[in-house]
Design a protein. Sequence first.
Length: 252
Amino acid sequence: MKKIITAALLGLLMLASAAAQDAKEILDRADRSFELDRVYSESSLTVYKNGKPQAPQMMIGYTLDDSSGQARSLTIFREPARVAGTAYLMLGDDLWVRFASTGRIRKLSSSARKNSAAGSDFSYADMGEGGDSFTGDYSASLEGSERINGIECYRLVLEPANRNAVYEKMVVWVSKDEFLYLKIEYYDKGAPVKYMILEDYFEVGGVPYPEKITMTSLVKKSESVMETQLIEHDSDRVEERFFTSSYLETIR
């Protein structure tokens, strides 16, 4: 009897291990969209409050991996005038913000990375994730399949694997045919607080990238839409000197 129980437990452990490996492989493949390096982009961010659009905010972005593979990102707002010169610099787990109204530069705590950026439903971390991936900071488990907009998807649950993880939990839907993120749901204090829809994928540097990303709040009547107008992979416009807090002082 003991041998039978041991064999059964071993079988369950093997199945759990295989499922975990499958989940990691799915996440690895989906993360291709986040792993472009030396990226320059031009995007718009439109916030909808009670269904009414606010003035679009235009921004440029730079992402670059350092020698250890850690992602660095810089986002600079150009329009409208009230936000021109606002900038977010993320170096791994560190975040600096330049405020357009005062020109002041402030380093924020790591916990502030999940706070609202530019009055939108995107967090600072969401804005800076373009050069990073979920695989390094979250462990994944495969929890079945669901259809999103008529497309069959894997449903994965992501939980923090280290202190760099911003969210306490995420549920992601990855298309089975092309391994694309179609929806990401974010949790705080045990409940979903917002979700992201990624769509209109096109190819950049040999990998798929979403042209339109919509973040919808589940706790307030707001929605934010980010659309990419231009993106360059391995761009000459991206320079090492951009990714320092001192560079923020030169932004106007």
